[in-house]
Ligand binder design. Sequence first.
Ligand code: GTP
Ligand code: MG
Length: 195
Amino acid sequence: MNIHNARFLLSGVKKEHYPVSTMPEVAFAGRSNVGKSSMINKILNRKNFARVSATPGKTATINFYDIDKKLMLVDLPGYGYAAASKGERKALSDIINEYLTERKQLVQLILLVDSRHKPTEDDRRMMDTIKSAGGMAVVIATKTDKLSKRELEENLDRIIETLNLSDGDILLPFSTKTAESAENFWDYIYDYILF
Ligand code: GTP
Ligand code: MG
């Protein structure tokens, strides 16, 4: 990985806030607490760049990170946080949906799912959104350090099945505890996004 300058640009909740930019954008979506912000920190080799919390619902805005003026990484709020009120959940899903429908610079939406759990109905809906936009699906199975090798293999199969992934799609196991995961992610970025 060869990042020279990763910079937090801004946080916003609606399209008027989004940065003016021509860089390709890669956005991270997934349930609250799945590990989106942690993954961004790990791949950027920063400790608390994107705010992380053991309490779900930490990221409530869209956060834009400029990577070397070549690529924008976008940390989205998580969905499906059961303890949030109906109104709060609606507000978050509006923020996410506006970004997904309005943002022309978005070249790849990446779906994060917890490697320990079966993907939820919300995850499947997000996958439908990705598929209906055309192109490949990129799924990250997070927190793999919490599983044995054998459990991980079984769970990856379950993710493939539940999300209906096909040959052209990408499924990357990820853990903040290993350097290898981050390297694999950057290989994907260089092969498919920045080639
Ligand atoms: P929201 O902002 O609420 O949508 O959550 P998020 O998806 O950004 O999750 P966040 O990165 O805040 O991580 C949630 C919790 O999971 C934190 O306690 C992290 O330390 C933990 N976590 C994230 N990734 C890993 C991982 O790879 N391994 C382990 N063991 N814990 C992780
Ligand atoms: Mg977050």
